[in-house]
Write a protein that binds this ligand. Sequence first.
Ligand code: ADP
Ligand code: MG
Length: 457
Amino acid sequence: MSNVTVCARFRPLSSKEKRDHGENICIRSLDSETFVLKDEKEEEFTFSFDRVFYEGSEQADVYKFLAFPIVQDACNAINGTIITYGQTGAGKTYSMEGTSILDCHEQNKGLLPRVVDGLFHCLESADNTTKYTVNLSMVEIYMEKIRDLLDLSKDNLQIKEGKVKGIFLSGATEVSISDRTEALRHLSSGIANRAVGETQMNMASSRSHCAYIFTVQQEEKNERRVKMGKLILVDLAGSEKAERSGAEGRVLEEAKTINKSLSALGNVINALTNGSPGKTNHIPYRDSKLTRILQDALGGNSRTALLCCCSPSTSNASESLSSLRFGARAKHIKTSPRVNFSETKIDKKNLVPSPTKNESYERILNKLQQNLDEEQGKLSPIKDESCERILEKLRQTMDEKQVKRLEELFVREGLYCYPNTGNGLESTHNDAISQTIVSLQKTVEELECTVTKVKNS
Ligand SMILES: Nc1ncnc2c1ncn2[C@@H]1O[C@H](COP(=O)(O)OP(=O)(O)O)[C@@H](O)[C@H]1O
Ligand SMILES: [Mg+2]
């Protein structure tokens, strides 16, 4: 079991805060872990965190303390999550991205580009018996819908849970990244797709939660099993109360939805930390998309760090107090990170159902779809003989033309090669199961189409 690492970060006063409220700040530092916050009624609250980053803190220090150990773990197949929390304008995105992903002074680089550097540094220093593959997905949760930031046509992704893979987003675009430049390019174009709105708090504030998901897969030369670490960075939308942001209409609705999912996050944290010892109480992960995505990060299989971003201005003391209280509660969460292995082979005997004499095509397809959904939760490269087996089983119930079409589809998707051509097997072996599943799903869709046509003819 490990505790969630919680840090607080205070940004410098903004020029607006200085202009409207002067240089007064609401915090007094005691040391690098403890400080006192004075609220509007002059009441004092002492907070202690794993580390406090004050106004002059360096981006590099935040990375080193908060993210570096998690990045190293991800390279060793241990899941990690890094979350930035706080009111709009408090420095979440600055901490996460820096001033710009692509074009940024070294000093201003945020966690994301540093994580990319860290990942590739780990990978490059690995011995040559290990083959690493890094994939990236980016999504935003906007008004309780999950949008794929790498493919905006996918605007309502569903969350699923698999035995090995844990919580995952079904059908989310996963791009393979082979170097830093490619990673930053994808991150930058994904970020450009984020929904932004304007409130009084911040002229270009993000009104959505954004999750950056890196999957690091490693294959040892003489190992049958594949190891996989998932590293999720989450830049949350502003935690301020809806009425305070001066929002109206659609923007107010957004703010309410944001507050609802952040309340759900608070409720999950309460349930996790208030339970009686030895008793398993209900944790309401399913109350929002955000908490469901963060299920592993909160009390599950992940090493987790939370950065509570705050304004130091006396004018924002009550919002800062509420962010810090949130962090103090989260500190009590315990998680159980572990190394993630997956089986190298799909359980082929269960993948393709055995058809009985009178079984309809639909039933076979339903079973196949059901099995594929289960397989989605696993990470295991499918082998050519699996495809062969699928084709063989289908030949028993479908006509040769349809099976031929299916075989072509397998070949087109790089899952299978015609005997003796020797092409594609290597890369097939190295493909992640998610790609395999997407291809197989397409096949199922095509088959369903064929079945409908056959029925109607
Ligand atoms: N630690 C910091 N040092 C310097 N500027 C900062 C810092 N944190 C935030 N800022 C600046 O404050 C403004 C608001 O920060 P931002 O990260 O966009 O807030 P949020 O994402 O929490 O809404 C931005 O202009 C950002 O550059
Ligand atoms: Mg932001």
